[in-house]
Design a protein around this ligand. Sequence first.
Ligand code: FEO
Length: 382
Amino acid sequence: MITNDIRYVGVNDHEVDLFEGQYLVPNGMAYNSYVIVDDKVAVMDTVDQHFGESWLSNIAAVLGERRPDYLVVQHMEPDHSANIVKFLERYPDATVVGNAKTFVMMAQFFPDAPEMKRLIVKDGETLTLGKHTLTFVFAPMVHWPEVMVSYDSFDKVLFSADGFGKFGALDVEDEWDCEARRYYIGIVGKYGMQVQKLLKAAATLDIAIICPLHGPILKENLGHYIEKYDIWSSYRPEDSGVMIAYASVYGHTKAAAEELARELESRGQKVVLADLAREDMAECVEDAFRYDRLVLASVTYNGDIFPPMHAFLHALTERSFQNRTVAFMENGTWAPAAARIMAAALEKSKNITFAQEKVTMKSAMNQDTKASIRRLAEELAK
Ligand code: FEO
């Protein structure tokens, strides 16, 4: 129970191997859905395709003989919309609430959907259920174009769609910040401007509870979560620290990255080291956005950079990586070129300060490399 009238009817998924086809979710995933019980009954979103029956049972357990009047569709991505037709088979008299874009996508995903009652809402329009009135606030590109969030002024609840979501099922305890950050940067990170717009709209509302479509219901200390979203969506570094991301073939580039880590730590700097070929890429991307300084260390490979570094840089730039200090370490036995190629990859990124010292090594560290690493540590620690 979230409030007297708002009940949780979502599900936990411990079977999913990769969320959205690419994200590791060691603690599973939650697909949240809610029922508002008033003179009229509204169900807020459906759940992933594999959980239709248990979700319908959850609804029935709350409602007993009553039947929902509305299904509000805030987001058409299949992790939330997959059971719309299943819902209508059970409750054919319910009205489906969405905006014009919602229904275009619904027709694309469900070309054989039965006739349904529709309520097409505009930005700012309301739906009165009795005591509860929902106001729909469009939030395009947080995280798809049709997304809208819903505000219930009676219980002061913001149904925030993907916003304020995190990885992890609700029956596993874990820290919000870490998995919410990995979720946000990975999935919504490109759309900072749109999230900023939504935060401005949310600031005008009196919010006591946030009900997202993933992760826990947030009832306390809302300022903390809103502040994190403000930092992430404005691309400001969250913490002081140096992330060293390396792509190494035989371990020499790795050794140089570790040498830099020691030099930085001896100067009192927080350091995070990541092996791009072996660690969760989403975790690496998250750390690049979290800290204010990033060191990229790669071998030269086929006249280019090592593939995991390519993937990493692509993941950063497609998420509008900006406002950071970046340094390069390159290795190459006959023609080191990685630093130039990595710099070119960041050419269009805004407000990047490149470190003056560039570490170049040919095959293995020698005294010159170590001296260069010390100079880089000195520069980054300033
Ligand atoms: Fe949780 Fe954008 O879907």
